[in-house]
Design a protein around this ligand. Structure first.
Ligand code: ADP
Ligand code: MG
Length: 392
């Protein structure tokens, strides 16, 4: 069975929010014979069929203890013992493997029908700029391949960083392949811990970059003051009043005005960042309201600055469930249609997982997975290392 002919792929990712593992089982409908198209070109697909079908998808929450270990590792600066890192790598790999096995068993899909797993893993550090740039995703792919018996492609970001790129965002390849329109500029907006924007303009290079925080600061502040994992629907943010002067000071953070390519994570937008920028005496709910405005305004500014003639914005990621955030985006972007990727036939909760299934396919088909105009890499690169499956 050649990689190009096989069409079932399983994508796994846990994003910056570290809320859990998103798993999606995807069937791609490729052209026959397979087109030697670049992965971000639509020509890879069969004509007159849907480009892909999501056969099963689910989010597997991390256990509290695993999430706690991840957040500790991802936010503490440089003081983690190698033993703790090594064990977490293997434990996350085991959790990813179990997510894959459960998804397939529940859907009654035999493992041997899966061409590959594409596992993003869990980012614990992302420093693509400066001396010795690096990005580190853990969740041992050898453990995933061993436990599932399925060939596993992982470590998608490092080849791009080695080629001078940001290693992020990588999802624009999927967006361009399956969500672009032939005549109008569309933006795809992923509202994860961090917000990533992809600009799809017919006939022009794809643009894409991280605009800054989407949910990460909202989650952190809600955890500190309400003891909850997230501000459900953004109700708490709605109960407060944004502080306009404070918002302008926050928007002066150099990251927002920096030109793309750029990517970000918890390394910048974390509780320390916030604590260093809080005026005394401000009510906690007003901080939350201002943080929500920060996410919405920084995204809207990025669209106004770089959005070409964007007319439609399709959001995905967990932030689509934050109704207050979606309302704020609509308010900031009155001249654009703001919807979710569900309107394009793709469940907004699983776009990222589908993206890593897509990148696994690209790797096995020996096609590049990065878009240099997005990441800033010196050129197209095949992304990901292949971890062979044991015989089932
Ligand atoms: N019902 C909801 N109300 C508010 N926020 C939500 C809701 N559901 C999900 N979210 C937000 O979405 C985040 C998870 O989104 P996700 O796309 O998985 O991000 P990441 O890729 O960073 O893991 C949560 O941390 C939370 O902030
Ligand atoms: Mg997530």
């Amino acid at each position: 069975m050649t990689a190009a002919a096989a069409s079932l792929y399983l994508g796994l990712i846990s994003g910056t929010s570290a809320d859990g593992i998103d798993a999606a089982l995807v069937r791609f409908h490729f052209a026959d014979p397979p087109a030697k198209a670049r992965p971000f070109m639509a020509g890879a697909f069969a004509k007159n069929t849907p480009r892909l079908e999501v056969l099963a998808a689910r989010t597997f929450a991390y256990s509290d203890s695993l999430r706690g270990r991840i957040l500790e590792l991802a936010t503490r600066d440089g003081t983690i013992a190698l033993d703790a890192l090594g064990r977490l790598d293997v434990d996350i790999g085991a959790a990813f493997a179990q997510a894959a096995i459960t998804l397939l068993d529940d859907a009654d899909i035999p493992r041997e029908t899966i061409a590959a797993i594409g596992s993003h893993g869990q980012t614990v550090r992302h420093r693509p700029d400066g001396a010795s740039p690096f990005t580190l995703q853990i969740g041992d792919p050898s453990v995933i391949a061993e436990r599932t018996g399925i060939l596993t492609v992982a470590d998608f970001r490092r080849a791009d960083v080695a080629a001078g790129g940001q290693g992020a965002p990588l999802l624009p390849a999927l967006h361009a392949a399956v969500l672009a329109d032939a005549t109008i500029t569309r933006a795809i907006l992923n509202l994860g811990g961090i917000a990533n924007l992809t600009l799809l303009t017919p006939g022009r290079d794809v643009l894409g970059f991280d605009t800054g925080p989407a949910n990460c600061l909202l989650d952190t502040w809600a955890a500190r003051h309400l003891g909850v994992a997230c501000d459900e629907n953004g109700d708490w943010a709605r109960s407060g009043t944004p502080d306009r002067a404070l918002l302008s000071r926050w928007l002066a953070e150099p990251y927002f005005a920096a030109p793309p390519p750029k990517s970000s994570g918890r390394e910048v937008f974390n509780l320390d960042w916030l604590d260093a920028r809080l005026p005394p005496g401000i009510a906690a709910a007003d901080v939350q309201a201002t943080l929500l405005a920060l996410s919405a305004c920084s995204i809207a500014d990025a669209l106004r600055r770089h959005g070409r003639d964007t007319r439609e914005v399709y959001a995905c990621g967990g932030g689509v469930h934050n109704a207050a955030l979606m309302d704020a985006l609509r308010h900031e972007l009155p001249d654009m249609r703001v919807d979710t990727t569900a309107a394009l036939g793709l469940d907004p909760d699983y776009v990222e997982a589908v993206g890593f299934a897509w990148l696994a396919h690209a790797r096995l088909a020996d096609l590049p997975g990065n878009i240099p105009s997005v990441t800033g890499a010196r050129g197209l690169r095949r992304l990901g290392a292949i971890h062979a499956a044991r015989s089932l």
